[in-house]
Design a protein around this ligand. Structure first.
Ligand code: M6R
Length: 371
């Protein structure tokens, strides 16, 4: 049931304050006078000690699920101190890449039925790794065959383009990082700040959803373009990949997510006064580097749309010459949850304006059960 919305993708984008609340329900402990704020992931509690002792954590997934894991990687590395490796499921299987008994492998999948991810799971089981499932479908193949699991609890997602499952996956993996790092006193302050940020996240998502009309206007400007680049780095490299995936998947416009640190190693050659480029430059440890990227793109007459933190438009728009999209500020590791929303809205409006099927894009299936 689409309720007041015209399309499932639109409904699912706007539902994110509620889906995130459901994902976190019962899992965040507020703490009190003598108890620290913490996270409770019931499905993992018997395995946390093994996970903390593992040699590596290997994230495995496809498409949007892979991107969600990529967004969570830095905070997992920071809070666990464990090496975190990223694997696209099909590539791991193609290479028969090394997986060891001392590894914790984490399988991320909205449907829990993706053929490539399932095949990678069989491979990891054969190699004796601990297998953790993060899925949105209770009773799915990945949920059944992993040793332990966390349910995403984002509610049923119908649009082929994953939106609310993506933001809930990031939150689940941030909670995973908090749970693994829970025995480290030195990072307690950081963990508590993230937990506070999680409590407030649904409100911040409500705020960023107010950009709907602004993103529709931007879509009108971009409707006839051939291509759109999205530059990000750090926590928001994943946002660049996921934003570009949303745009290409539903609006059928070529789009590419680019790691900003790679700009001079090839992509800069594409920049001219016609190609639109979204640069994600919200406040975090990479902010000054992104300011310098903006200046360099501007010097080559790049047509820039800069996503920045609220109040930062003047400091990123090179004398008012770039279009800006201001988003609310949250804890750095949660910022990808906020930053993807305007790009989801842009992809949605571009698609509707271009007259394509937004819920069932050409040639794609919601769940890819064949290889
Ligand atoms: O169900 P899964 O999360 O395993 O699906 C993986 C991809 O097929 C999926 O995320 C795909 O990339 C989305 N349609 C993108 O919106």
């Amino acid at each position: 049931n689409k309720g007041k919305y015209e399309h499932y993708m639109q409904k699912e984008i706007h539902e994110q304050p509620e889906s995130l609340t459901t994902t976190m329900r019962g899992r965040l402990i507020r703490g009190g006078s003598c108890k620290a704020k913490s996270v409770l992931l019931g499905g993992l509690k018997d395995h946390l000690r093994t996970i903390r002792r593992s040699r590596r954590i290997v994230f495995i997934g496809c498409g949007t699920s892979y991107n969600a894991a990529l967004a969570a990687r830095p905070i997992l590395e920071e809070l666990s101190g464990i090496i975190v490796i990223m694997e696209i499921a099909s590539d791991l299987v193609d290479r028969q890449g090394p997986i060891y008994r001392e590894d914790t492998t984490v399988f991320v999948s909205q449907s829990g039925e993706t053929a490539d991810t399932l095949q990678a799971l069989e491979y990891a089981l054969e190699n004796g790794a601990l297998c953790v499932g993060i899925t949105n479908t209770v009773g799915s193949a990945i949920a059944r065959h992993t040793h332990c699991r966390i349910h995403i609890n984002a509610g049923c997602e119908i649009g082929v383009a994953s939106t609310k499952a993506y933001t809930s996956q990031i939150v689940v993996m941030a909670m995973l990082a908090l749970a693994i790092g829970d025995d480290t006193i030195s990072s307690q302050g950081r963990r508590e700040a993230i937990i506070d940020g999680l409590f407030d996240l649904p409100n911040k998502v409500k705020e960023v959803l107010k950009l709907d009309e602004e993103m529709k206007d931007l879509a009108k400007l971009l409707i006839a373009e051939q291509s759109l680049l999205v530059f990000g780095r750090g926590y928001n490299y994943a946002t660049a990949l996921e934003g570009a995936l949303k745009v290409k998947e539903v609006s059928l416009m070529h789009s590419e997510g680019i790691l900003a640190g790679e700009m001079k190693h090839g992509p800069l050659a594409l920049v001219d006064e016609t190609l639109p480029i979204v640069v994600i430059a919200t406040r975090d440890a990479c902010f000054s580097k992104q300011q310098s990227v903006i200046q360099q793109l501007h010097a080559r007459k790049g047509r820039l749309i800069v996503m920045c933190s609220k109040g930062d438009a003047a400091s990123v728009s090179v004398g008012g010459s770039c279009r800006t999209v201001e988003v609310p500020v949250v804890e750095d590791c949660l910022q990808p949850v906020i930053n993807i929303v305007p790009l989801q809205l842009l992809a949605y409006h571009l698609t509707v304006l271009r007259g394509y099927n937004v819920d069932q894009p050409r040639n794609l299936a919601k769940s890819v059960t064949t290889q």
